[in-house]
Design a protein around this ligand. Structure first.
Ligand code: GL2
Length: 805
């Protein structure tokens, strides 16, 4: 859209006056934010309505991305950017003597997700709109997002995230689109006179699902898609016998986000949440379709539904239910439609994350859905036992061991199943879904994750964005593959110096932010070494910590090294004791290092509390080193690895997840790889001959570091050090931390050396930025669009660099 600065100023003052009956000088940052958000929303309204109308008129095939998590980040700046009016608005605010960044910071960051999985869903929403794909989101409007993390005496404490306290100006309540979701009770199947089966529900708990729509604005293309988040409410005509307790039970469904990353707690409320948003989504899609079609025959040509991890896998039996019970489609035809509509992404190989539900719980809560799953199970067995044998089918049928097995159900009911990086997709075929791969090899494919450079560079890293504009023009803002033009300047000494200067500026900014938030002074000239992600044993923040302890001891012995600032951001699931112990030890080590004058000139550790999307926007531009050090074969993809490379950080990595693709993109010289490969680790598992204690006994540096955990040298830790020590030595180090220790230190030493050659470092940073464009989510969703959803892809063109897994 076009908007002049002057126009904006007039309209903004007007909006502020209407809202607050006061001149802008009298308004708080929060009020200014509200006024600006509402004004921005008014700019979005028309293109939003137009997009909907166009999709309906042209009968565009629509994608519905079902995800129990979305992590959109703050929306004001990104909406202004995508509308194409960010510069004008900022200029206008400045002319009014206001501070744009202060106003943007007043927005609450909706923490409706745990980490990578939720952030990916939101990146896809942004990308689908930006490439002009008709892509809608379907999720839950959690009243409380992921907990706020604080540290008390170095321990993580969790505080509620009341993110809607000031309202959420981007949402529109659509109570006219509400649907009813049924739980519990029992079902009676009765043949009707017309020959159809009539399904009669008795004694159900009915919940009203009310949608709240959020606009997903495409980048300068006039497209505005829809993210639909469902809220649970009591039925309108609930009647006089409806108790307060019943109301409370209903409200609970959308009250909180489960704070576990890659874990499945098996709680009934979680199952309720899953069916709630899935059923509401399916019902509303079918209802919308039926408004303009008198049968369901062509449904699969107009609708693609994507199951983001198994949480919405009930979409499969739910669509079957609606097709058969409400639309009177027979089983075979309903199954044909369902298979064609559904596709599924797996996001993890960790066994604790694979969702299973006890049959008792499942059938009690969802009796009709359970009947349908039973029938899917029966037919699956019937079809494949003769060819594949009873034993194999028993292993992978939807029902088994007294459980409903969601990953198997999702695979059986989808026409496409993908992993999120080549290695992960290979391991799915080899391991977790091996048997199903034997039966349905054509369904399996790889779709490597992506990120949105709009948020991470255009918004998050303005100094870099401006430098790029100056050097290679602005084409990269539309098509990030244009970043490859940077290669032309690999020997341009001035440009390399400019790159370093930009990084230095970002580091000074982050240093200020750290001072403001945790009151710690850091040296902006240090190497900024960053590890930002959920705290999980397999991600091995612990290896990073052991590396820090080794550096501490070396410096104590008198060794000189370039100063390194280690920056951590990580939330631990509240019930994950081991992860929380690691946090405590890290904070203790940070204090120890800081208060030791021998060490602090060379080493500093900062653990920033409450890591999230907004904080990532501050940390990533300032990173020199990106730590991606998971045990090979455990991290499905990772996406912070992509964001950090796009900011010119050098990746310190194991050959895991998408690190492998980053390595292929930048070449061996521009990434620092270390550690065991997935194959080597699989070898240890097969032979059963990993002995962590051998490494401890062999390597004096490792010995000294581990001893620090238990010899009282780290002030303030009590049982935590001992527990970690035991996990590594008594319980044989499940994640091969000790096996990778030596090569991790060697890789770090190489980085220290390289840092002494700023120009060489800058060259490597340049290659990383130049090759980051291929990881744009715009390309990822186009690949999904072409190969899975069968929707027509639009510009910008993909170069097809992804490898099939
Ligand atoms: C995850 C994976 O752990 C992570 O490697 C991947 O990048 C993202 C997105 O595909 O998905 N799986 C998962 O359950 N969570 C993730 O972040 N929470």
């Amino acid at each position: 859209m076009s908007l002049t600065k002057e126009q904006f100023i007039t309209e903004f003052k007007d909006m502020a006056l209407k809202l607050y009956a006061a001149p802008i000088e009298d308004l708080s940052s929060q009020q200014l934010y509200q006024a600006l958000a509402l004004l921005t929303r008014s700019y979005i309204a028309q293109p939003w309505a137009n997009t909907k109308e166009r999709y309906d008129e042209e009968e565009t095939k629509q994608v519905f991305y079902f995800s129990i998590e979305f992590l959109p980040g703050r929306l004001l700046q990104s909406n202004l950017l995508n509308l194409g009016i960010l510069d004008e608005v900022e200029a206008g605010l400045e002319e009014l003597d206001l501070h744009p960044q202060k106003i943007f910071a007043a927005e609450a960051d909706p923490g409706l997700g745990n980490g990578g999985l939720g952030r990916l869903a939101s990146a896809f929403m942004d990308a689908m709109a930006s490439v002009g794909m008709a892509g809608n989101g379907n999720g839950i409007r959690y009243q409380y997002g992921l907990f706020k993390q604080a540290f008390v005496n170095g321990y993580q404490v969790e505080l509620p995230d009341d993110w809607m306290r000031n309202g959420f100006p981007w949402e529109t309540r659509k109570e006219n689109r509400a649907v009813t979701v049924k739980f519990g009770g029992w079902v009676e199947l009765r043949p009707s006179r017309s020959g159809h089966l009539r399904v009669i529900y008795h004694n159900t708990d009915d919940v009203l699902a009310v949608p709240y729509d959020v606009a997903m604005v495409g980048y300068r293309n006039g497209v505005v898609n829809n993210l639909r988040l469902w809220s649970a409410e009591a039925p309108i005509n609930a009647g006089p016998h409806f108790t307060l307790e019943q109301r409370e039970r209903i409200n609970q469904i959308t009250q909180i986000l489960y704070p576990d990353d890659s874990d499945n707690a098996g709680k009934e409320l979680r199952l309720r949440q899953e069916y709630f948003f899935t059923s509401a989504g399916i019902q509303s899609i079918v209802r919308h379709y039926r408004r303009t079609h008198n049968s369901m025959a062509g449904f699969a040509d107009r609708v693609a539904i994507h199951i983001n991890d198994t949480h919405p896998a009930m979409a499969i039996p739910e669509l079957m239910r609606v097709l058969m019970d409400d639309e009177h489609v027979g089983w075979d035809e309903a199954w044909r439609i369902t298979l064609k509509v559904m596709s599924y992404t797996n996001h993890t190989l960790l066994s604790e994350a694979l969702e299973v539900w006890p049959i008792d719980m499942f059938s009690g809560l969802l009796p009709r859905i359970y009947q349908i799953v039973q029938e899917i199970d029966r037919r699956f067995r019937l079809a494949f036992v003769p060819q594949f044998g009873q034993a194999m089918i028993d292993r992978i049928a939807p029902l088994g061991n007294g459980q409903v097995r969601m990953a198997y159900l999702a695979t059986i009911g989808s026409h496409a199943v993908n992993g999120v990086a080549p290695l992960h997709s290979e391991l799915l075929k080899k391991d977790v879904l091996h048997d199903l791969f034997q039966i349905f090899p054509e369904r399996f494919n790889n779709k490597t994750n992506g990120i949105t450079p709009r948020r991470w560079i255009q918004i998050g890293d303005r100094p870099l964005a401006h430098l790029l504009d100056k050097k290679i023009g602005t084409a990269w803002r539309q098509n990030p593959l244009a970043l490859r033009k940077l290669h032309d300047y690999i020997d341009d000494t001035h440009f390399l110096a400019d790159l370093n200067a930009t990084k230095a500026e970002n580091k000074r900014e982050l240093a200020k932010y750290i001072d403001q938030t945790v009151h710690v002074k850091v040296d902006p000239d240090a190497i900024f070494d960053v590890q930002i992600k959920r705290l999980h044993a397999y991600k091995r923040q612990l290896l990073h910590l052991l590396g820090i302890l080794d550096a501490y001891l070396a410096i104590k012995r008198g060794e000189k090294r370039p100063k390194r600032l280690h920056i951590f951001g990580a939330k631990a699931a509240p019930s994950y004791v081991y992860a929380k112990e690691i946090i405590k030890v890290m904070n203790a080590v940070a204090d120890m290092v800081d208060s030791d004058p021998d060490v602090s000139p060379y080493l500093q550790v900062v653990f920033l509390p409450n890591y999230g999307v907004s904080m990532a926007e501050k940390i990533i531009p300032a990173a020199d080193i990106s730590e991606q050090i998971s045990t090979a074969g455990k991290e499905a993809s990772g996406t912070s690895n992509m964001k950090l490379m796009s900011a010119g950080a050098l990746t310190l990595a194991t050959l895991d997840g998408a690190n492998i693709e980053i390595k292929n993109a930048v070449g061996d010289d521009n990434i620092e790889i270390f550690g065991l490969t997935e194959k080597e680790i699989a070898g240890y598992y097969q032979r059963g001959d990993y002995r962590s204690r051998d490494f401890y006994e062999k390597d004096p540096r490792l010995h000294a570091v581990l001893d620090m955990l238990v010899n009282g040298k780290i002030p303030g830790i009590e049982t935590e050090g001992r527990d970690i020590y035991n996990a590594l030595l008594m319980y044989n180090d499940e994640y091969f931390v000790l096996a990778d220790f030596e090569s991790y230190l060697a890789a770090n030493a190489r980085l220290d050396k390289l840092y002494q050659q700023p120009e060489l470092w800058a060259k490597k940073a340049l290659v990383n930025i130049a090759e980051s464009g291929r990881f744009s989510a715009d390309f990822t969703v186009q690949r999904y669009g072409r190969e899975i959803w069968h929707v027509v892809p639009q510009t910008p063109e993909d170069d097809g660099t992804d490898t099939e897994g």
